[in-house]
Design a protein around this ligand. Structure first.
Ligand SMILES: C=CC(=O)SCCNC(=O)CCNC(=O)[C@H](O)C(C)(C)COP(=O)(O)OP(=O)(O)OC[C@H]1O[C@@H](n2cnc3c(N)ncnc32)[C@H](O)[C@@H]1OP(=O)(O)O
Length: 260
């Protein structure tokens, strides 16, 4: 399938997905959400892809938020439809059974920050700036910002960011736990790919199971989550990869996983 507002490339088991509206700082409109949804459907079905890097084109923004010109004339029902469409795409990203890394190459604001939080890990360029400035438009985050941000940085810091609409540096985001790593801008994609290739070399079923244990478990009560983890742990023993991982350790060699 061909895409226009999103670019999709594959390299050595890693998918690179690039938001591609640099003239508007990769603002997220309906077309971007539709294409992003289709790309992640394609990735989910593609056995050659073992990890994903999501970034923005140009050197100014990952995404500066939902496209304000599209939000301008929405009725409440249309705003709900827009948010639901974004939600459906975000669910495809969150539920992908492969690891995802957001490479934040500049402004990561509003819906852009919400999209980054749908990825498993976030690496930011030193020049990246993050925030949820919706309050300054007289609206609130509608793409998971109130929930995912609070879960990542705690309720108090989430309120600080969302109430004030202030924009923080990549370093501050690192200190708050909103990003995992900060790197020089020129090394962002290289570092994101290094991590993605490392993850792509691990057992795919083990990664899928542990992603599920973490993402589903966090929303369960502790006892249910611990039992779910035990079931996921047990499922690993149905894979060829677990035999290979243990054999490789005992034979003092690198494992060669087959993803099954
Ligand atoms: C409901 C969820 C949401 O996400 S609401 C949107 C939340 N995001 C924002 O409020 C950020 C809006 N953008 C800005 O505040 C600024 O653009 C900036 C601080 C990110 C960068 O400022 P700067 O002065 O450096 O650049 P420009 O403002 O001139 O931006 C360049 C170009 O991009 C267009 N643009 C930027 N953000 C958006 C957006 N969210 N939606 C639509 N378009 C956007 C901006 O209008 C400029 O276009 P131009 O045609 O050149 O005027």
């Amino acid at each position: 399938m061909s895409y226009t507002v999103v670019k999709y490339q594959k390299e050595e088991g890693v998918a690179l997905v690039t938001l591609n509206r640099p003239e508007s700082l990769n603002a997220l409109n309906s077309a971007v959400f539709m294409e992003l949804g289709a790309v992640f459907d394609e990735i989910a079905q593609d056995p050659e892809v073992h990890a994903v890097v999501l970034t923005g084109s140009g050197d100014r923004a990952f995404a500066a938020g939902a496209d304000v010109s599209e939000l301008k004339n929405l009725s409440p029902l249309e705003a709900r439809e827009f948010a639901l469409m974004a939600y459906r795409t975000q669910e495809k990203i969150c539920n992908l059974s492969k690891p995802t890394i957001a490479a934040l190459n500049g402004y990561t604001l509003g819906g852009g920050c919400e999209l980054a939080m749908c990825c498993d890990l976030r690496i930011a360029a030193e020049t990246a700036r993050l925030g949820q400035p919706e309050i300054n438009l007289g609206i609130i985050p509608g793409g998971g910002g109130t929930q995912r941000l609070a879960r990542l940085v705690g309720l108090s810091r989430a309120k600080e960011l969302i109430f004030t609409g202030k924009i923080i540096t990549a370093q501050q985001a690192l200190e708050w736990g909103l990003v995992n790593q900060v790197v020089p801008a020129g090394q962002l994609l290289e570092e994101a790919f290094k991590l993605a290739r490392d993850l792509a070399g691990k057992s795919a079923p083990a990664l899928a199971l542990v992603k599920s244990a973490l993402d589903r478990g966090i929303n369960m009560d502790l006892s249910s989550a611990l039992h779910y983890e035990i079931d996921c742990f047990a499922c690993c023993f149905a894979t060829e990869d677990h035999r290979e991982g243990i054999a490789a350790f005992l034979e003092k060699r690198r494992p060669a996983y087959k993803g099954r």
